[in-house]
Design a protein around this ligand. Structure first.
Ligand code: SAH
Ligand code: SF4
Length: 396
């Protein structure tokens, strides 16, 4: 059984953790916004650029939260910063560690909403899957996130804050005296594949990823950041221009008829429109391929004919195809394709020249897989409530 170890068994209400009134949280501010905030607080204009870089290094490379410990700044300046600013993260509510090392964090953001963050260690990398929204406005019929009613965009600080919380937990910050790149990083890759549609929260996702990619910020290469979209066509080119990270696309079907049903955004921008936008994605090359995500649903999209049609559709696009065995959730209207069906499907793609990794289900014992995020926790709570109600401990 996985260790189910709440970091704070009795979490504080989020309101008690909010920044003191009037103080600006520096986490998630773009370079320009931070520079402007420093100037407004009294930093001489000609120093502001350097101070921005110094602060970013403390915050995003060393993981510091206390201005008083920023030793390369003069003491009165540290006091000035503390007077005007805070360095605040969302609140870590619980952490679960799977038998396979996958870690799932439940994170509470302002307003009491919760999102999940998943860390997946592999031999050659460590991938952090972050959320961009609470819930999702789209209603893909196989995805549990789409059934959640509550939706709000996360702020850039809440997105980058997820990375920082995971780095806290993994002790993945630069140690004193250590330089960037001296030691392999536990979080080497970021995927925007948690809750939400990142391209419907464009500005916050862009600002957060720019901090993640900046050499004075978190400092990950843009090739180690992958944004997954269900196909918000008009924003794809903009993502290429303004973020420049790797792109994954939730294709999941090879005909409009099936995709309309699985990924309803297809009714707005169909497969042809989506593929056209992808062909125009900047920097597309064999070393920077697009990932097509394809969830394997028994009897729905998993035939040999589908595989062959998929090959024809994406012809000419430098691509790899990520086959995702469907993660079933209670009440889901689909079943996972059999292993042999998935292998036969993969074989057709492989023979056509595509790298076709089959996503190994990770962290299944803690329900850390796609489309299950948060739902398991909600169910656990519900059943706890139900148990208490039955035992007469709680009013209905
Ligand atoms: N909204 C974005 C990113 C988040 S979902 C998108 O849709 O691309 C990340 C991936 O998990 C997507 O490919 C999504 O289709 C897939 N997914 C969602 N629910 C799933 C489930 N129950 N089983 C397998 N994959 C699922
Ligand atoms: Fe939203 Fe992506 Fe789930 Fe579709 S698959 S409902 S776009 S999170």
């Amino acid at each position: 059984m996985p260790a189910d170890s709440p970091i704070r068994p009795d979490p504080l209400p989020v309101t008690r953790k909010l920044a003191p009134q009037g103080k600006v949280n520096l986490v998630g501010l773009t370079r320009d916004a931070l520079r402007a905030a420093l100037i407004a607080a009294g930093t001489p204009e000609k120093q502001a650029r350097m101070r921005t870089a110094q602060l970013w290094q403390w915050i995003y490379q060393k993981g510091l939260r206390d201005f008083a410990a920023m030793t390369n700044l003069a003491k009165p300046y540290r006091a000035l910063l503390a007077e005007h600013f805070t360095i605040e993260l969302p609140e870590l509510v619980t952490r679960q560690i799977s038998a396979d090392g996958t870690r799932k964090y439940l994170v509470r953001v302002a307003g009491g909403h919760e999102v999940e963050v998943v860390y997946i260690p592999e031999t050659d990398r460590g991938t952090l899957c972050v959320s961009s929204q609470v819930g999702c406005t789209l209603t893909c019929s196989f995805c549990h996130t789409g059934t959640q009613k509550l939706v709000r965009n996360l702020t850039a600080g809440e997105i980058v804050g997820q990375i920082m919380l995971a780095r806290d937990d993994l002790a993945d910050w630069l140690k004193p005296g250590e330089g960037m790149g001296e030691r392999p990083r536990l979080i080497s890759n970021i995927v925007l594949m948690g809750m939400g549609e990142p391209l419907y929260n464009f500005d916050a996702v862009r600002d957060a990823m720019r901090i993640a990619m900046d050499g004075e910020g978190i400092g990950l290469s843009r090739r180690r950041i992958t944004l997954s979209t269900s196909g918000v066509v008009p924003e794809i080119a903009r993502a290429g221009r303004e973020i420049g990270c790797m792109l994954a696309v939730s294709l999941h079907a090879t005909t409009d008829e099936v995709r309309d049903h699985l990924v309803p955004i297809n009714r707005r921008w169909n497969i042809a429109a989506l593929l056209e936008a992808l062909r125009a994605y900047p920097k597309l090359s064999n070393s920077e391929r697009i990932t097509f995500e394809y969830v394997m649903l028994k009897g729905v999209n998993d035939s040999d004919e589908d595989a062959r049609r998929l090959v024809r559709l994406i012809g000419g696009i430098p691509a790899k195809i990520n086959l995702i065995p469907f993660n079933e959730w209670p009440g889901a209207p689909y079943r996972r394709s059999s292993e042999s069906r998935i292998c036969a499907f993969a074989d057709i793609l492989y023979k056509a020249g595509y790298a076709t990794p089959i996503r190994t289900p990770r962290g299944e014992d803690i329900m850390a897989a796609c489309g299950q995020l948060k739902s398991a926790t909600e169910r656990a709570r519900k059943s706890k409530r139900e148990i208490e109600r039955e035992a007469g401990l709680q009013a209905p």
